[in-house]
Structures are given as structure tokens and as C-alpha cells.
Design a binder for this molecule. Sequence first.
Ligand code: KG4
Ligand code: ZN
Length: 340
Amino acid sequence: MAEQNIYILGIESSCDDTAAAVIHNGKMLSNVIANQKIHEAYGGVVPELASRAHQQNIVPVVDQALNRAKISKNDLNAIAFTRGPGLMGSLLVGTSFAKSLAYGLDIPLIEVNHMQAHILAHYIEEENYSKPPFPFLAMTISGGHTQIVEVDHYFEMTVIGETIDDAVGEAFDKSGKILGLGYPAGPEIDKLAKLGNPKAFKFTKPKVDGLNFSFSGLKTAILYFVQKETKINPDFIKENINDICASIQYTIIRILIDKLKLASKQTGIKHIAIGGGVSANSGIRQALKDGEQKFGWTTYVPKFEFTTDNAAMIAIVGYLKFLEGDFSAQDTTASARLKI
Ligand code: KG4
Ligand code: ZN
């Protein structure tokens, strides 16, 4: 293993970010991402616009990833790409590009499941970062996903809980929209919540059995609450924005932590890793830290650039699969609803 010299290019295009990264023997050399600003005006991702932007971005993004890694495409040992899940039009751009490049260079093609990649991002070699030992629980929380997964080995994963409607990031974003905040609203709610009282307003937690989640009821509860209060006082939102944000965030964090507690109790696993854009939230980070004291958990939060959608996580899965000789055929197709 010490003799190896493996360069993997990872390509990610499942949603609204076009990303490419190079991993060398498990270590990141470059991690390039082109965010698509175009969706901000619509308050959410517009799939058709996303795939068009991917087409414009993919060549320069891949080029930049190779340049920053200081390698040429001929140094690559394999091309890893996101096969799914995600938006079909977006996935097709990355998939077609990866297939052609691998074919042209005559090197292996490696398909990657985006949800596995969020979890395996913890295995990117980083100084001073200890990787979670197997088995561990992984909670992926983002604008598109909310899952708790039992991870027994790199590719032995079982989804033990997931959302039955909105993702947790959507809960932040849709609540923000009701409050007149910009998109995505998660970071703004996080910032305002720090200035407010989390117990100022009470929103009931959804009653969902087992380890599954539901967030659409919370959004409706917030909508009705705001409508009722602004009828009495038109300035209600403006005068109470910090307390409203703190209370919404507090409710969401309680929902997440309660399910994690249950998952840990049911499985007996106390190593807990998180990923996805919402893991940037300061409240959830603090709640996990508290969990170390209160429940004896050991928690793992990767570097921010590896939690949001990125290609380094795709490349690391490519590397792990490369070591196992797990390659894909040229007739592989994108799969919008790919499961773990
Ligand atoms: O992983 P990500 O970049 O993209 C996907 O959705 O796959 O996650 C984006 C989501 C958005 O919903 C955004 O509002 C949320 O992550 N988010 C946050 C924070 N930073 C990003 N939510 C709460 N607090 C934050 N600090
Ligand atoms: Zn994602």
C-alpha cells in the first residue's frame, strides 16, 4: 500500500453545484466548486437551469481541479462520478462527461452514490482528524437529504431512518422564506438565532414513529403562527426575528438529537458522524458536543468544505473503490433515485 501512487478525479453534479476534485492516495490535492447563483432569484433550485449551468461549468471546473492539483489528465488512474441520487438533468451532465473522459484516457470509470459519499467524506486523509471507527452512525443533513445510516464498513451501510417529506435544510429554507429571509436561509437563521431566546416560542415536534423524520408540519405550523401574530401586530416578524429564528432552530435541533439518541440506544453505537450542509449549523454542533458529555458519544464533524456538496467526497469513494477494483462499465447510466 505504501508504494501506491493513485490519482483519482472526482466529479459531482447531482444538484446545483458543479464540482471536481483530485485525491492522491486518499489526500485531497484540489477541490473546486462552481456555485450556481442563478437559483437565488427563484428561492430554490430550478432543475432545467441547473443542468444548463453544469454544461457551461464542467470543462473549466475539471480543468481547474487538475491545474490546482498540479497534474495533467494523463496522470489520472480513474474517474469517479456521482451516478445518483439527484436531479436527472444535472446527473446526466457529470455522468456523460466522466464516461467520455474515462473512455478517452482509457482508464477505469467508477460510479459513486452521492449519499455514501457524504458519509465517506470522513475518510479523506486530514491532519488532526480522527476517522470514525466501524460501526458508526452517520446523520446526513442537507437541503436535499435527512438520513441516519448505520455504517458497518465502507460499503456496508443501512439506512435506519429518513425523512418522509421535507429535508431538514428545506425546513430551514422554507421557514426563512416565510420570514422574508434570503435563500438559502439556513446560515441566516443560524446567525440570528444566536441573538435570540430559543424558548420564546414553542413549536410542537412532529410525531413520527421510529427513526424517521418529518419536517413539513413544522413549516406549516410556523406559517400559521406568523400569519396569526402579524394580524395582531404587522411588525411582529421584524420585532421578534431573533427569537423566532432561535425557536425554530431549537425545535429542529431537538428533532434531530432525539432521533440520534433513539438510534444510538437501539443500535448500541456511540460513534456519531454528521455530514451535509446543515452540519455547519452552530446549534447542531453544540448539541453534538453536549451529547459527548451527556450520552458518552464520540462525534465526528468533517471540515466545512467536505460537508456541503463537493467532489472531494466523490473522489475519496473513487479511491476506496479503486483499491477494491470496483469499476463501472461504459453503459452505466445516471440514476435519480439511487439508494444506499
Ligand atoms: O449540502 P448542501 O450544501 O447542499 C445540498 O442540499 O445538498 O446543503 C445546503 C443546505 C441549505 O438548505 C442551507 O440552508 C443549509 O444547508 N445550511 C444551513 C447552514 N448552512 C447551510 N442550515 C442551518 N444552519 C447553517 N449554518
Ligand atoms: Zn448532498
